[in-house]
Design a protein around this ligand. Structure first.
Ligand code: GLU
Length: 367
């Protein structure tokens, strides 16, 4: 079997440590199994997607040493999504809805007040053709929902084990918005089919989406990929990390001098039964990597631990790994080895090399 994984990311913000866990699991799984790793830009939301974020995402991945074999952009595939939707309409699995956002909000609140789950009541299915025509004449644009089969969906998750999701308690997902924007589920499933994705590894916040996607894949006559849902990262207090998003953006870590292999070492073992090891190459990470060793319980992320791993990575970096830095600050080649031996244990970040070199050059014990 040709292995193909993907990292699917919306270019609506900077990458943060949580995203990196997903990217790494997909990258490492592909490489471990001799497969390919696809970078998928989920930019169907034209208004919120931004080329600047896409460029930054690529820069962050490159800095981390995660190389993609192929890149795909959803905004270039609207024709394909349109075609898939037409087929679903023909099979009566897609239906037009005319409720406004306010109307839907009201319905949701009512149900919640009655202590019921806020599941869409499918009232649009009761609209007669005449009524639909009237609404259209009034200039109302429909959004389109996928008609779920109310059944239990089961799969064997590579991280969570056997999972069963009852779609009876799920709302029919919207595939296209009033303004024509394609939403995540339809785009993602078309892509997973067309790009022959064999493993879908993502956060456990996608478990219900997976059940819907399995049903859609079956409806479109496709084989199912293997699924794995990793736990979400939390802060040390157990709260969601996204609240502290800013300081944990990869861009900030990169600019603050964190060693990329420190982040890769930490994220490839955090939340597994193994202790965190220091790795200097992806080959070593791949040798030690095992998807099944990831636990399903929320994983605490400690930024201070990342800083201390980064220092350890730096201290154990062989001379070859810092030659460029030494050259840049003006250390003569014949002094590289002596200088690095002396300097390495006295720094926490590469940028501190300059200060030490200045001391060595000018100080009493200059080398
Ligand atoms: N763009 C989606 C996200 O970032 C992709 C999820 C997926 O299918 O992997 O949540």
């Amino acid at each position: 079997m040709k292995i193909q994984t993907r990292f699917a990311i919306s270019p609506t913000g900077y990458l943060h440590v949580g995203n990196i866990r997903t990217a790494l699991l997909n990258y490492l799984t592909a490489k471990k199994l001799g497969g390919k790793f696809l970078l998928r830009i989920d930019d169907t939301d034209i208004k919120r997607s931004n080329q600047i974020f896409e460029d930054e995402i690529k820069k962050d991945l490159e800095w981390l040493g995660i190389e993609w074999d192929k890149i795909e952009k959803q905004s270039l595939r609207f024709e394909r999504y349109r075609e898939a939707l037409e087929n679903l309409k023909k099979e009566n699995r897609l239906y037009p809805c005319f409720e406004t956002t306010n109307e839907l909000d009201l319905k949701r609140k009512k149900l919640l007040n009655m202590g019921k789950p806020p599941v869409y009541d499918r009232s649009a299915l009761k609209l007669t053709n005449e009524k639909i025509k009237i609404l259209e004449r009034e200039g109302r644009e429909p959004h389109w929902r996928f008609l779920l089969d109310h059944q239990k969906i089961k799969w064997n998750d590579k991280i969570l084990g056997t999972i069963s999701v009852d779609l009876t308690s799920a709302s029919d997902p919207v595939f296209v918005k009033e303004d024509g924007q394609f939403l995540y589920t339809i785009a993602s499933v078309c892509d997973d089919i067309d790009f022959e994705i064999t493993h879908v590894l993502r956060g456990s916040d996608h478990v219900t989406n997976t059940a819907t996607q399995i049903q859609l894949l079956e409806c479109m006559g496709s084989n199912l990929p293997i699924y794995g849902h990793h736990s979400l990262l939390t802060g040390l207090d157990g709260n969601n990390l996204s609240k502290r998003f800013g300081s944990l953006a990869l861009r900030d870590l990169r600019l603050s001098g964190i060693e990329p292999m420190a982040l890769a070492s930490m994220m490839s073992s955090l939340g597994t039964s193994k202790p965190i090891q220091i790795f200097h190459t992806y080959n070593d990470i791949i040798d030690n990597f095992q998807l099944s060793s990831f636990s399903s319980t929320p994983t605490k992320f400690d930024p201070d631990l990342l800083y201390s791993i980064s220092t350890k990575v730096l201290h154990s970096t062989p001379l070859k790994g810092v030659e460029n830095d030494l050259r840049e600050i003006g250390v003569p080649e014949d002094k590289f080895a002596t200088f690095w031996e002396m300097a390495k244990d006295n720094i926490n970040k590469r940028e501190e090399l300059l200060e030490i070199w200045n001391l060595c050059k000018n100080g009493p014990g200059s080398i």
